[in-house]
Design a protein around this ligand. Structure first.
Ligand code: HAM
Length: 423
């Protein structure tokens, strides 16, 4: 027997019966993004591995454990993109976008790849809708508020409710360094309680301890009380102004002082939107500010802020995705009742399509009853039937699938009726 193949673990086919819902989500997102004046950017699905190492950090989980590297004979290694921020910043710098405009608002929709252990809501290929705002003039808490508001309004447009917005600030690079020292000090005395990985993290990246899922590590983290002592007055004021802006927009949020996020490029604002109904993988979206990444990747000093939401998680959290978002409706299903009239029916099909009328035909000539069943299944509004008798008279039988009403019409009349949408 011939070998059958399965979809790779941690990936999924999006079947025609599901694709309509994906298109609906994308269309809603695109409408909102246009309202906020964001422009689409499409970057390759793979990039130099070094780009991700430099942007996300050598010790981040994504780089250390999840990069899906492509084996290549060349010297330079490539990896499937695990996220969209680093590629967008690479494209921004490479194309000199900063020389064309001072404030750049970009969005992307597409697949990302992480070699994770698959579970509900955690895939190896998943899809993100993300935005990045980059430019020298983007150091403004109202812009962080805009990005968060955009994220919230998208989730609401998808029909999600009851999600929770968590925010925090890491402060500037220097503040982050102070926070790292403070955490190291506070956690050092608890070293024996930490898991093996976190004992190492204490040395090379203390922030990762705050994300550790181990129960005992979580308890240790909950015991250390944050006081925002690491923040300089400017960072503190920036954070206060962001909270003020969110309040004026009536966006409810929780401050979570040890929300740090798993990627190294963040400075100042970080946020995450979670939905408890999702279980352990509860983050619907996440983002924040990354004021040093552009210069770190060889570009000008440009501030930046963005977020990305996970489309599979949005679908899991949506009220009842099944049944919604059916495939686009077909207007006409052409039925040829025998081989002799098929060429004429085929010609009619192409005339209808050329006139912009969504039409199809079953290529298997069977009984009228069975072809009508196919027309129903295809969700067609009308059936146009051509048999010997109609052929002789130079007409077609034209049936409204909803009412069952049927009458004869000539081709010109048929086209007129369909174009006007009136039967
Ligand atoms: P992230 O938190 O790594 O951030 O991913 C953003 C979202 O992608 C998550 O909240 C989640 O919904 C989804 N996601 C991540 N990993 C998986 C997975 N394995 N399976 C399914 N969904 C997943 C970033 O990617 C940043 N680039 C966001 C950003 C943009 N920050 C600034 N600009």
């Amino acid at each position: 027997m011939a070998q059958q193949f399965s979809v790779p673990r941690g990936t999924a086919d999006i079947l025609p019966c599901e694709a309509g819902l994906w298109q609906e989500i994308e269309a809603k997102a695109r409408r909102i993004l246009a309202n906020y004046n964001y422009k689409e950017i499409r970057t390759p699905v793979f990039e130099e591995t070094a780009l991700f190492r430099r942007s996300l950090g050598q010790t981040s989980e994504v780089v250390a454990k999840q990069l899906l590297e492509l084996s290549s004979s060349g010297k330079e290694g490539f990896s499937l993109r695990p996220e969209g921020t680093a590629p967008v910043v690479r494209a921004y710098v490479e194309n000199g976008i900063d020389r064309q405009e001072s404030l750049t608002k970009l969005f992307y929709i597409g697949p990302m790849f992480r070699g994770e252990r698959p579970q509900k809501g955690r895939l190896r290929q998943f899809h993100q809708i993300g935005v990045e705002v980059i430019g020298p003039g983007t150091w403004n808490p109202y812009l962080d508020a805009e990005v968060i508001a955009l994220n919230v309004s998208m989730l609401k447009a998808f029909g999600l409710q009851g999600f929770r917005l968590k925010i925090n600030t890491l402060g500037s690079c220097e503040d982050k360094e102070n926070l790292s020292k403070e955490l190291r000090q506070k956690l050092a005395s608890e070293r024996p309680r930490l898991c093996e990985d976190c004992q190492k993290r204490l040395e090379y990246n203390v922030f990762r301890i705050l994300d550790c899922k181990n129960k005992e590590c979580r308890a240790v983290v909950e015991d250390i009380h944050p006081d925002y002592g690491h923040l300089c007055p400017e960072s503190r004021q920036y954070y206060d102004r962001l909270k003020g802006a969110l309040n004026t927009m009536d966006i409810t949020f929780d401050e979570v002082p040890y929300l740090v996020r798993g990627l190294d490029y963040y400075t100042h604002t970080v946020f995450e939107i979670s939905d408890a109904s999702l279980g352990s993988q509860d983050a619907l979206s996440a983002g924040g500010r990354y004021n040093n990444l552009v210069s770190h990747l060889g570009g000008p000093q440009a501030d930046a802020v963005g977020f990305a939401l996970g489309m599979e998680r949005v679908l899991l959290a949506m009220p009842s995705p099944s049944g919604a978002g059916s495939a686009p409706a077909l207007t006409v299903y052409v039925i040829a009742l025998d081989e002799n009239v098929f060429p004429k029916a085929f010609h009619l099909l192409n005339t209808l399509r050329s006139a912009g009328i969504a039409s199809d035909i079953g290529y298997k000539i069977s009984s009228l009853k069975s072809q009508m069943r196919c027309a129903h299944k295809a969700g067609s509004c009308y059936a146009v039937i051509l048999g010997e008798e109609e052929n002789r008279k130079g007409v077609v039988a034209f049936k409204d699938m909803a009412t069952g009403h049927q009458r004869e019409a000539g081709l010109t009349e048929l086209l007129e009726i369909l174009k006007k949408g009136k039967v």
